[in-house]
Design a protein around this ligand. Structure first.
Ligand SMILES: N=c1c2ncn([C@@H]3O[C@H](COP(=O)(O)OP(=O)(O)OP(=O)(O)O)[C@@H](O)[C@H]3O)c2ncn1[C@@H]1O[C@H](COP(=O)(O)O)[C@@H](O)[C@H]1O
Length: 110
């Protein structure tokens, strides 16, 4: 588990008790889940556009920046719902640790 994600998860929890005007994350919590999800949507669109530009230009700087914005706002949405970044890391680890056959079986059930 990335130390940065763990520390960011701690800060996202701390911001839950903060006044709306005290920080960006606190302001998002006060605006509510719909506003946070709107930001996730915006950042997803910006990531897609940056990826298309990167393919043409060969410069990935902007798509990395936008992907960080997307990850960050997704984590704020999960925090609002009571989940920490570890939940996503654990899910990725679970998928990674599945054997090839289990993975195939799981995919065909969906
Ligand atoms: N990783 C981030 C992070 N990534 C992006 N952003 C903010 O996300 C916003 C990106 O959205 P936009 O580009 O649309 O900017 P905007 O115009 O300000 O947003 P809107 O007014 O349109 O909602 C910017 O304000 C960025 O500053 C972040 N804000 C905070 N963090 C982390 O969250 C922690 C807590 O942040 P605060 O609550 O601000 O202290 C910080 O220590 C950082 O580690």
């Amino acid at each position: 588990m990335s130390d940065i994600l763990q520390q960011l998860g701690d800060i996202l929890e701390e911001r839950k008790g903060a006044e709306a005007d005290s920080s960006y994350v606190a302001s998002l919590y006060h605006k509510g889940l719909n506003k946070i999800l709107e930001k996730v949507g915006e950042e997803a669109t910006e990531t897609i556009l940056a990826a298309k530009d990167a393919e043409t230009s060969g410069d990935n700087k902007e798509v990395i920046y936008e992907t960080a914005d997307l990850w960050f706002h997704s984590l704020v949405a999960l925090a609002k719902l009571g989940e920490r970044p570890e939940a996503v890391i654990n899910e990725l680890a679970r998928r990674f640790n599945m054997s090839g056959l289990e993975e195939k079986a799981s995919r065909t059930k969906k």
